[in-house]
Design a protein around this ligand. Sequence first.
Ligand SMILES: [Zn+2]
Length: 208
Amino acid sequence: MNALLIIDVQNDFCAAGKLAVHNGDKVIRPINQVIPKFEHIIQTQDWHPKDHLSFASNHEGKSEYEQIVLPYGEQVLWPDHCVQGTTGADFHPELNTLHTQLVIRKGFRKEIDSYSAFFENDKTTSTGLHGFLSSLGIKRLFMCGLATDFCVKYSALDARKLSYDVTLLTDAVQAIDLNNSKDSALAEMKAAGVDFISSGEIDTALNG
Ligand SMILES: [Zn+2]
């Protein structure tokens, strides 16, 4: 059984958002095109309280995109983004969310960030997604959304660790690309056994 996992296609990661990913909006068209091919569609939603520890504004003297060390490891400090209940945290209005079966919210605990759809950044706190997928017999995940080098990458790597087959839709992701993080993310995913296809190859991939 297959599922489509749509990562964080939210206003703040798209054009004019608080943490806009370059060309972030461009993922929407290919994602909307593949949605009808799937019976199971899951979305993630970054969902932070205002005082979240991943925000540079909550660390006096620190700048945006600076890296700090928190009890669970290294953490990039971001501009405030995807604050609970704000328009920035909403899904992009052009994304087709009608068929979404489950929304996994993440990053809602003040003291811990969550890039992956499966585990928070301490790598042990589960989001519950694995249990959901397991109970439906879903073994293969097609991934898309934002951003390639953070939430998509960590979700893909965790999915591989949990023995899912993972296929990345290469034209339905976009990267933040801090210090060449896009290329290293693609290399890490490839090394972990993630398959790469374009959204135009979806029929072959699903029927092959
Ligand atoms: Zn976030």
